[in-house]
Design a protein around this ligand. Structure first.
Ligand code: ZN
Ligand code: ZN
Length: 437
C-alpha cells in the first residue's frame, strides 16, 4: 500500500483553490479589462471586435461528447500508477474500485478553503452517493463537473446546517443542470416527528414553493421533487440495498436524539462516515477493520476557547461532550484499526494543524489523513491512493441529456404575473418569437 500524501496532508502550495498571488490577480484584471474594452467596441492591439463573436455556436456545443467534460478522454489507471493530482473527468474508476472525494471538511461557517461536511462516494459500478451535504459543499460538486442526474441520493447523518445546509442548492441546482428524476434524502427520525428528516424535506419544499413553481414547465417535473426516506435513528440496520451496495445506519451521540453514522459496503470494500458524534460504542463496533474510516476530529477545548472566544466551560462542552477532540479521535481509530483513518471537521488552518496532528498522534499511530476539501481517496483491495483534486473554478455544468430534454413537463405557471408588472415591459427590447418545441 502506498500513499502519496503524508500525515499532515495539506498541500497548500499545490491546491487549486489557493489564494491568487498578486501577479495572477494583476494578470486576471488585465485580461478582464481587455475583454471589457473589446466588448465596449474598444481597440486592443489593432482588433475591433466583440470577444463574444468567438463563442461556439449552440450546434457546436451540442456535439460535445458528454462523457468528456474536461475535453480529455478518461484513462484507465493501471498498476496503481495514479497521476499525482486528480483532474476530474480524466480517470476511469476500476470495476472494483471506490473513489471517495472530500467535498466539505470544515465548520458551519464555511471558508473559501473549506466547506461544511460532505463526502462523495463513487463506485466502479457507476453508483454515486453523497454523505452529508453541508453548507457550501455544492460549490465543490460543481467544480468536479459531475453529472447531476447521478447525484440523486443524499445520506444525512443529522440535520445541522453544516451537514444538510446545501440540500436545497443540490436539489434545485441539480434540477436545472441535468437531473430529471427526484432527489432521494435518507435521514434519521428525531426525538419528535417535527425533528425528523421527513419534516425537513416536506417543509423545505414548502419553503421553496415560489422557486419550484417559477421553474415548472421549463424543467422536467420529476426533477423538482424530493423524496424523504426517514429511518429509525435508534437501530443498527440496513437502510439501502441495491446494485450490490449496502448502506447501514447506526446511532451517533450528538446533542439530541436523531443523529446517525453510516457504513457503506460494496464488493468487499467499506467506507464508514461518522457525521457528528462523540466517541461511541456503535462506531467502534461498526467501523472495526473497515477500509476508509472518516470520523469527525474537532478541536481541543483550549483551541476552541482561543479560536471562537467561548468560555472554558462552554468550549469544553462543545469539544468534548457533543464532539470528538483530536486525542479522542486518535483513541477511536486505535480501537477501530482501519486500513486508513480520515479526520475531518476542523479548520485546516496552519496555526492549528500541527497541534491537531500532535494530539492525534499521542493516541493513534496508524495510516492517517487530516482531510482537506478536495482530498481524494482511491480505494481498492490492495491499494489506497490519497491525493488532492484540482478543479476548474469557473466550471461548466454537464450538458443536458436527451433524456432530460424529453422528460415530461407540466404547463408553465400562468396567471401569476399581474397587469401592473406586465405593463412594465419595455418596448425598447423585443425578443424573437418562441418556435414550437
Ligand atoms: Zn452537528
Ligand atoms: Zn457538524
Amino acid at each position: 500500500m502506498t500513499r502519496r500524501k503524508s500525515d499532515a496532508t495539506r498541500q497548500s502550495s499545490g491546491k487549486a483553490d489557493r489564494p491568487k498571488t498578486n501577479a495572477e490577480d494583476t494578470a486576471g484584471r488585465r485580461s478582464f479589462l481587455k475583454a471589457a474594452a473589446l466588448f465596449a467596441g474598444g481597440t486592443v492591439a489593432g482588433t475591433v471586435a466583440s470577444p463574444f463573436l468567438a463563442y461556439p455556436k449552440a450546434q457546436a456545443a451540442a456535439k460535445t461528447d458528454r462523457r468528456y467534460v474536461t475535453g480529455r478522454k478518461p484513462q484507465a489507471i493501471e498498476n496503481n500508477q495514479y497521476p499525482r493530482t486528480y483532474y476530474p473527468g480524466t480517470e476511469l474508476i476500476g470495476e472494483s474500485e471506490m473513489r471517495v472525494t472530500a467535498l466539505g471538511t470544515g465548520m458551519p461557517t464555511q471558508t473559501p478553503n473549506q466547506k461544511a461536511a460532505c463526502f462523495l462516494v463513487e463506485l466502479g459500478n457507476g453508483d454515486h452517493f453523497l454523505f452529508d451535504i453541508g453548507t457550501g459543499s455544492t460549490e465543490n460538486i460543481a467544480g468536479l463537473q459531475l453529472d447531476y442526474s447521478k447525484l440523486d441520493k443524499v445520506f444525512a447523518g443529522h440535520l445541522h446546517t453544516d451537514h444538510i445546509g446545501d440540500l436545497h442548492t443540490l436539489w434545485i441546482g441539480g434540477w436545472i443542470n441535468g437531473r430529471y428524476t427526484p432527489i432521494h434524502v435518507y435521514g434519521p427520525s428525531g426525538a419528535k416527528p417535527e425533528l425528523g428528516t421527513e419534516h425537513l424535506v416536506k417543509h423545505m419544499q414548502e419553503t421553496w414553493r415560489w422557486d419550484i413553481l417559477g421553474r415548472s414547465g421549463v424543467l422536467p417535473d420529476a426533477g423538482g421533487r424530493m423524496v424523504a426516506h426517514e429511518f429509525d435513528y435508534r437501530k443498527t440496520h440496513v437502510i439501502y440495498e441495491e446494485n450490490d451496495v449496502k448502506i447501514t445506519s447506526f446511532p451517533a451521540i450528538h446533542i439530541m436524539d436523531g443523529c446517525v453514522s453510516f457504513r457503506l459496503d460494496w464488493k468487499g470494500l467499506s467506507f464508514v462516515f461518522s457525521s457528528d458524534t462523540r466517541p461511541n460504542k456503535w462506531f467502534i463496533e461498526e467501523a472495526k477493520g473497515a477500509d476508509l474510516v472518516v470520523h469527525e476530529c474537532f478541536f481541543t477545548a483550549e483551541q476552541w476557547q482561543r479560536i471562537a472566544g467561548f468560555t472554558y466551560p462552554n468550549a469544553l462542552w462543545v469539544t468534548n461532550y457533543i464532539h470528538t477532540p483530536p486525542g479522542a479521535f486518535g483513541k477511536v481509530m486505535a480501537a477501530v484499526k482501519p486500513r486508513h483513518a480520515v479526520a475531518y471537521h476542523f479548520w485546516n488552518h496552519p496555526d492549528i494543524l500541527p497541534e491537531t496532528l500532535e494530539e492525534v498522534r499521542k493516541t493513534y499511530d496508524g495510516p492517517l489523513t487530516l482531510a482537506d476539501d478536495l482530498t481524494v481517496f482511491n480505494v481498492t483491495k490492495d491499494h489506497i491512493e490519497v491525493r488532492e483534486a484540482t478543479i476548474d473554478r469557473s466550471s461548466w455544468p454537464v450538458l443536458a441529456s436527451a433524456a432530460y430534454n424529453k422528460a415530461p413537463r407540466s404547463e408553465r405557471a400562468s396567471g401569476l404575473m399581474s397587469d401592473l408588472v406586465n405593463d412594465g415591459i419595455w418596448e425598447g427590447f423585443k425578443p424573437p418569437p418562441i418556435p414550437q418545441q
